[in-house]
Ligand binder design. Structure first.
Ligand SMILES: *Cc1c(COP(=O)(O)O)cnc(C)c1O
Length: 194
């Protein structure tokens, strides 16, 4: 069964604590400053919790992400990979990382293009010593998402990574059927964000 990352962005800790007390482990956020404010002390109190960065990550924020987070789902360029690698060496900590793939080849979306993923993966693992555990996508909306999920599954086999971060509130069942190992679910758990 896939793991569920409860994406708690915009929600206050008071609405997250019931899940923590119920035993939920994996939580996702997309903004660095919000995460530092919300999670720093809670993660000290509950050190079994795993925090997942799912949003676009700027290189100048990496120094805050490496100490606080356990996973990055949104590695999308080489400069960021280099920065993470340097910071991990400094802090003597290694995060589990997904390469974000621009699976629909959409100009407005970040992510490594499909034909570059293998090359990027090799650089990250062999030259930068990153622990790349899988690939992640945000597929195009209003289309047959199953095709994109299927393509992601094939791509993961091609580069030989085990984990697939795909599926959100609207399409998590389709993602699960197509081999997702990490579903990133916000709205269906916490309700609508303002
Ligand atoms: C907000 C967000 C989610 C969760 O989206 P929902 O539709 O609320 O489930 C998943 N992945 C990423 C990258 C997000 O930014």
């Amino acid at each position: 069964l896939p793991s569920i990352v409860a994406v708690s962005k915009t929600f206050p800790m008071s609405e997250i604590l019931p899940l923590i007390n119920h035993g939920h482990i994996d939580f996702g956020e997309n903004k660095v400053q919000e995460s530092v404010e919300k999670w720093t002390s809670i993660k000290n109190d509950f050190n079994h919790i795993k925090l997942h960065m799912v949003g676009k990550l700027q290189t100048n924020k990496v120094k805050y992400v490496v100490p606080l987070f356990d996973y990055i789902h949104s590695l999308d360029n080489l400069k960021l990979a280099e920065k993470i690698s340097n910071e991990q060496t400094k802090k003597k900590k290694k995060l589990k990382i997904f390469i974000q793939v621009n699976i629909g080849d959409e100009p407005q979306k970040s992510g490594v293009s499909v034909d570059q993923v293998e090359n990027f993966y090799v650089k990250c693992t062999q030259e930068l010593d990153l622990d790349i555990i899988g690939i992640m996508c945000l597929p195009p909306k209003n289309q047959n998402v199953e095709n994109y999920f299927f393509e992601m599954k094939s791509l993961s086999k091609k580069i030989n990574v085990q984990q697939l971060s795909m599926g959100m509130s609207d399409d998590y069942l389709k993602a699960a059927i197509n081999g997702s190992t990490y579903l990133r679910i916000g709205t269906k758990i916490f309700g609508n964000r303002n």
